[in-house]
Design a protein around this ligand. Structure first.
Ligand code: PLV
Length: 324
């Protein structure tokens, strides 16, 4: 079996973003992973540890964790069942099936699908693959920061890391990775969209909260409750985690600008992070003194995502620009 399932992804300089911010911006191109997102890092690691002798894996997903689980399961010769909510676009279902997975559509949002995945794991004796809340996932995602350290070279480090938050697995993995490479002092800007903002809501409330619903089109950020570890990191005084929101329209605009400038198509979940640069949010955080003016490069985690195509982009444009 392969030592691991993920690839060492490119670290690219973005001329467009660097020009906007007046500092170098590096893009960690997780969109180029097999299965289309960073998820394969953590899920590959978790499955290697837990699913070797498994009868099959089951994962509830907005899409990308499922894509990673289906890919890893196929490589391991294990069956995969992926439970997605009805909010996942048809193209995600198709891509999961193309990856060889059995797909079940259950419930309206990810939390509903997850209840079904837990039930199936129990009743069918399948290995449960959580999409964001497990230390093995974070350990797998943490490899990203070791790669960035190797790409930047000795003595270099980012001035800040920009990423998206769904259930908080990426955030936990990146923070663990920052710890591993000795960069605990690097601030993290954690982005969500309005309507898929469980991390921001928890920080505002000072405790874990469950959102009543997911109203954002960034369905892959649509966990109703953030994982406990992510919330705990946000409360620590030895870490700087800045939680911010953008609108769906800003995330969509960001996807389009990114496509034009970098020639790469990513989904809304990733657009949330990109929008922090394109919408001027990073500048605002600096003006407000919440983020230092960057003398070192900004590192953007381009988390990727499979829930996008030109048709999907057109339909999102239509939806978000005609809604009142
Ligand atoms: N998506 C999860 C959770 O959905 C999933 O099931 O695929 N960027 C992309 C492209 C993602 O797919 C996700 C998570 C994130 C960012 C956020 O990562 P997280 O959940 O680890 O914070 C409900």
């Amino acid at each position: 079996m392969a030592e691991h399932f993920h690839l060492n992804t490119p670290l690219l300089e973005s001329v467009g973003m660097s020009k906007r911010l007046g500092t170098t911006v590096y893009l960690k191109m997780e969109n180029s992973q097999p299965s289309g997102s960073f998820k394969v890092r953590g899920i590959g690691h978790l499955c290697q540890q837990l699913a070797g002798q498994s009868k099959g894996v089951v994962c509830a997903s907005g899409g990308n964790a499922g894509m990673a689980a289906a890919y890893v399961a196929r490589k391991m010769g294990v069956a995969a069942t992926i439970v997605v909510p009805s909010s996942s676009p048809q193209l995600v279902v198709q891509r999961l099936q193309d990856e060889g997975a059995a797909v079940k559509i259950v419930g309206k949002v990810w939390d509903d699908a997850n209840a079904e995945a837990l039930r199936l794991a129990d009743s069918e004796g399948l290995t449960f693959v959580p999409p964001f809340d497990h230390p093995l996932l974070w350990q797998g995602h943490a490899t990203m920061m070791a790669e960035v350290a190797a790409s930047l070279g000795a003595g270099e480090k980012p001035g800040a890391v920009l990423l998206s938050v769904g259930g908080g697995g990426l955030l936990c993995g990146v923070i663990q990775g920052l710890k591993d490479v000795g960069w605990m002092d690097v601030p993290v800007v954690a982005m969500e969209t309005v309507g898929a903002d469980c991390f921001n809501a928890a920080i505002k409330a000072g405790k874990m909260v469950t959102l009543p619903d997911i109203t954002s089109e960034a369905k892959c950020l649509g966990a109703k409750t953030v994982c406990k570890q992510a919330f705990e990191y946000s409360q620590r005084s030895d870490l700087t985690v800045i939680s911010e929101l953008v609108t769906d329209r800003q995330a969509l605009q960001a996807i389009q600008t990114f496509l034009d400038e970098e020639r790469v198509l990513v989904e809304m979940a990733c657009g949330a992070a990109l929008a922090a640069v394109y919408s001027g949010l990073i500048h605002r955080l600096q003006d407000e003194g919440r983020l230092p003016t960057l003398s070192r490069p900004l590192l953007v985690i381009v988390c990727g995502g499979s829930s996008i195509s030109l048709d999907q982009l057109t339909s999102l444009k239509h939806k978000l620009h005609t809604e009142t």
